[in-house]
Design a binder for this molecule. Structure first.
Ligand code: PLP
Length: 391
C-alpha cells in the first residue's frame, strides 16, 4: 500500500470497521475477539452505550471554549476523579505523555521551591512513560531513545523492584526531588513488583521529602481490579498520571496531585489548548459513572484470576511457559523464547493480543469480557502457544 502516513508503526494487515463490546469486525466483516482493548484504552469495550450517548449529547451543545473560561464538565470530572482516587487537584491533558510532562514539571517546580537548582527524578529500567522528549528520556528503553539525543537531563535510572537501589541513590544524590514509577510495568513486560514495593517507595518519599509520582496510565481506570493500582497498597501518592482508559477511546489525560504537590502550579505555569475540553470530559464522566454504578472494577479482579487459572490449567505441562502473571486484567504470559509471530497467528485465528519485550504475551482484555469470550480467549491462545513451543 502506498501510504502517506509516516511509517512509525509496523502495522498488522487489518483495518477494523466497527466494534461492539469485546468484538471487532474488519472491512470484510470478519469478527475478532479483542483481548488488548486498543492497548488498555477501551476498558468498557467498543461502542459503549453510555460513552456514545455522552459524546453525542455534548457535541450537540458545545465542543470547545478553551481554558480561558470555566468548563463545567471539567469541574465535574475533577470532582469525580478526586473522589474516586483520594487525590485533590487535577490538570487535564490530551494524552499520557502530556500527563507525565505535567508530572515532571511539578517535580522540577517542587525542587526549585526547595532551592535545588538541578532537580533530578529517579526512573527505572524497562519503564515506559511516552514519546515526547522528556518522557522518552524518562523511559528505560534504549530503542525508544536512540536517534533522538540529546536527551532531557534530570533523570537518574535504577533497576525496577529493587528498593536498595533507590536507597543508594537517595543517600548519594541530594538533587533528587521525585520518584516516577509504574505500579506494574506494562510495555516493559507486565512486570509486577513485590506487594509492598509501593509502600516502601511511599515511606522513602516521606523520609526524604520528595514526590512519589505514579504513572497509572496503563494500570488505572479499573484495569487491575481497583480503580487505581495504588489502592491495592492503601497509600496515596503525591502525583498520579492517567490517560488511556479514562475516555474509553476519546483522547484525554490527567495529572492528579495531592498534599505537597497539589498547590505547586500557579497561573501561567502550565497549559493546554484542548486539555479537559467539554467533549473529552463528557466521555470520561460517562466512563467513571459507568464504573461506579457497576461492579466492573471488582469483576476485573475476578475475571483476571479466572483467566489465569484457566491458562495455568492448559499450559502447566508446557516447559516453555516461564511464568503466567497478572493483577486483575493486566496479564503477562512469558515464554522462554521470542514469540512475536504469535500476534499475527492470533489475528488469523480471530484474536487480538500483543507481545512485548519479545517474549511476553500481553493481554489487556476489556473489563466487560464475558465467560464465553474468556473461554474462547484461553482456548485459542493456549492452542497457539502449544503449537508455537512444541512444533
Ligand atoms: C501508554 C503509556 C504512556 C503514554 O501514553 P500516550 O497517551 O501514548 O502518550 C505512558 N505511560 C504508560 C505507563 C503507558 O502505558
Amino acid at each position: 500500500m502506498n501510504s502517506h502516513i509516516m511509517p512509525t508503526y509496523a502495522r498488522l494487515a487489518v483495518t477494523f470497521e466497527r466494534g461492539e463490546g469485546a468484538w471487532l469486525w474488519d472491512e470484510n466483516n470478519q469478527r475478532y475477539l479483542d483481548a488488548l482493548s486498543g492497548i488498555a484504552v477501551c476498558n468498557l469495550g467498543h461502542a459503549h452505550a453510555a460513552v456514545h450517548e455522552a459524546i453525542c449529547q455534548q457535541s450537540a451543545k458545545l465542543l470547545h471554549t478553551s481554558n480561558l473560561y470555566h468548563v463545567a464538565n471539567q469541574e465535574k470530572l475533577a470532582d469525580k476523579l478526586t473522589e474516586m482516587s483520594g487525590m485533590t487537584n487535577v490538570f487535564f491533558s490530551n494524552s499520557g505523555a502530556e500527563a507525565n510532562e505535567a508530572a515532571i514539571k511539578l517535580a522540577r517546580k517542587f525542587g526549585h521551591a526547595k532551592s535545588i537548582s538541578t532537580p533530578a527524578i529517579i526512573v527505572f529500567d524497562s519503564s515506559f512513560h511516552g514519546r515526547t522528549l522528556a518522557t522518552l528520556s524518562a523511559t528505560g528503553n534504549a530503542k525508544i531513545q536512540h536517534g533522538f539525543e540529546p536527551l532531557v537531563e534530570g533523570f537518574v535510572r535504577v533497576p525496577y523492584n529493587d528498593i536498595g537501589a533507590i536507597k543508594t541513590v537517595l543517600a548519594e544524590n541530594a538533587s533528587i526531588v521525585a520518584i516516577l514509577v509504574e505500579p506494574i510495568q506494562g510495555e516493559g513486560g507486565v512486570n509486577i513488583p513485590a506487594p509492598d514495593y509501593l509502600n516502601q517507595i511511599r515511606a522513602l518519599c516521606d523520609e526524604f521529602d520528595i514526590l512519589m509520582m505514579l504513572d497509572e496510565i496503563q494500570t488505572g481506570i479499573g484495569r487491575t481490579g481497583k480503580f487505581l493500582a495504588f489502592q491495592h497498597n492503601g497509600i496515596i501518592p503525591d502525583v498520579c498520571t492517567l490517560a488511556k482508559a479514562l475516555g474509553n477511546g476519546v483522547p484525554i489525560g490527567a495529572c492528579l496531585a495531592h498534599g505537597k504537590a497539589a498547590e505547586l502550579f500557579t497561573a501561567g505555569n502550565h497549559g493546554s489548548t484542548f486539555g479537559g475540553n467539554p467533549l473529552a470530559c463528557s466521555a470520561a464522566l460517562a466512563v467513571l459513572t459507568t464504573l461506579t454504578d457497576s461492579d466492573l472494577i471488582a469483576q476485573a479482579g475476578e475475571k483476571g484470576d479466572a483467566i489465569c487459572a484457566a491458562f495455568h490449567e492448559k499450559l502447566h505441562s508446557n516447559s516453555h511457559v516461564v511464568n503466567i502473571r497478572h493483577l486483575g486484567l493486566m496479564i503477562g504470559i512469558e515464554l522462554d523464547k521470542p514469540c512475536s509471530e504469535l500476534v499475527g497467528k492470533a489475528l488469523n485465528a480471530g484474536l487480538l493480543i500483543n507481545v512485548t519485550q519479545d517474549k511476553v504475551i500481553r493481554l489487556l482484555p476489556p473489563l466487560i469480557i464475558d465467560a464465553t469470550q474468556i473461554t474462547q480467549l484461553v482456548d485459542t491462545l493456549s492452542m497457539l502457544i502449544q503449537e508455537q513451543t512444541n512444533p
